[in-house]
Design a protein around this ligand. Structure first.
Ligand SMILES: *Cc1c(COP(=O)(O)O)cnc(C)c1O
Length: 404
């Protein structure tokens, strides 16, 4: 079916909650997506940080297909191999003690909030349930995770929103301390705010947050839905900060393209979550877990991890030399690009797409989340297209009132 028909049918029948790019992706291989009429795109989005191994990695596809032929689902009333294998590997790799499997980032964060509140209830009783999150954070689209999301634009239409969430200014310890009282149960943060504009937290601040949590026995939840699974050059972004949270959530890149979320808990918070406290019909699905196990296989290789850091350095150095680039933010292969005034990220995105490069935006920045498998050649190709696109923008007009 040609692109035009697919787009028309989608517009007719799929609820219009997305601003889609006006292109159809029919298939993909490695770093490249292909359209029905043979269009080819170099993909620096990885489906928003999901396709860690690019499109249809052979071993990943085989692992998923083999599992589909063997056993696709059982419900959580029975034990299955891929689920327990993945849980063990995640714990060994991160130093956490237990895993709860969900199906998305929002669900993983819901599970994290529940586990934090349960810990607080068990140890301090009722009334100690407030979760502090950061301004400009993003934690998901369910009612609770929308409430947790510290951006006013998300707090419309769907109220009443949940009680028990307050927002601290990211990076500002005083703002955080002001909010802590006898009702506080947890602090939840992203180490690099993704949707909020690709902004990394300062390590000093993160250390101070951990200390505050220790002093007040608050549960520290780190939302690694976007930063986790190798994205920032270490398996967890926490490793870059030498941070040991009580709960870590994962999702996007974990399944290599299949829906899966995970709540990683230390023994302190895991203890309270006994039978009946939480559940998910699809959670721990054998096919999703087989896909995640295939992703972890690749991330075990030191050269695979080294490539992430090498390509990130290459990409950042190249980006900083491009016209109209004011600054480059983020960590590892989670990159934000701020342009000089007059260059809109949305226009750059559209122009890149025309030239066969797929990129993302986050707030006013251009955002790159390439698959972790990219090579030096792919980085050069993307930089060439971005350079060509940016050269097409007029030099910034002098600021009003300035002398020429
Ligand atoms: C994408 C994202 C979520 C939401 O994940 P979904 O799978 O869309 O529910 C939550 N937190 C962070 C940091 C994210 O980037």
């Amino acid at each position: 079916m040609d692109s035009e028909k697919v787009i028309r049918r989608d517009n007719d029948y799929v609820l219009h909650t997305y601003n889609r790019n006006p292109i159809v992706i029919e298939k993909g291989a490695g770093m490249y997506a292909e359209g029905p009429e043979g269009q080819k795109y170099l993909d620096f989005t990885s489906g928003i940080g999901v396709n860690s191994l690019g499109y249809c990695d052979l071993r990943w596809a085989e692992a998923v297909a083999d599992q589909a032929h063997k056993l696709q689902h059982t419900s959580n009333l029975y034990y299955t191999g891929p689920c327990s294998k993945l849980a063990k590997r995640l714990c060994k790799r991160t130093g956490m003690d237990k895993v709860f499997f969900a199906n998305s980032g929002a669900e993983a964060n819901e599970g994290a909030i529940k586990a934090a509140r349960k810990y607080s209830f068990d140890h301090y009783g009722k009334g100690r349930e407030t979760v502090i999150t950061l301004v400009n954070s993003f934690h998901g689209r369910t009612i609770a995770t929308l409430t947790a999301t510290g951006q006013g634009v998300f707090h419309n239409y769907f109220g009443p929103f949940n009680e028990g969430f307050v927002y601290a200014v990211a990076g500002d310890m005083e703002s955080l301390k002001d909010l802590v009282d006898r009702h506080t149960c947890a602090i939840m943060l992203e180490l690099v705010q993704g949707e909020g504009g690709v902004v990394a937290l300062d390590p000093e601040y993160v250390r101070a947050v951990r200390k505050l949590c220790d002093e007040r026995d608050l549960v520290l939840i780190v939302d690694e839905v976007q930063t986790g699974v190798g994205r920032t050059g270490t398996f967890l972004c926490c490793e870059r900060y030498n941070l040991h949270p009580d709960i870590v959530t994962l999702a996007k890149g974990l399944g290599g393209g299949l829906p899966i979320g995970a709540v990683l808990l230390n023994s302190k918070v895991a203890g309270g979550m006994g039978p009946g406290t939480h559940g998910s019909t699809f959670g721990g699905n054998p096919i999703a877990c087989a896909g995640a196990n295939a992703v972890l296989d690749r991330l075990e290789s030191a050269s695979f991890m080294a490539n992430i850091n090498d390509r990130a350095a290459q990409l950042r150095a190249g980006l900083e030399k491009l016209p109209h680039v004011k600054s480059v933010s983020g960590l590892g292969l989670m990159i934000g690009i701020e342009f000089e005034p007059g260059v809109a990220a949305a226009d750059v995105l559209a122009a890149c797409r025309e030239k066969g490069l797929l990129v993302l935006t986050a707030k006013t920045r251009l955002r790159l989340l390439p698959p972790l498998i990219l090579t030096a050649h792919h980085v050069e190709a993307a930089l060439a297209i971005l350079g060509e696109v940016l050269a097409g923008f007029e030099p910034a007009a002098p600021a009003e009132g300035s002398q020429v």
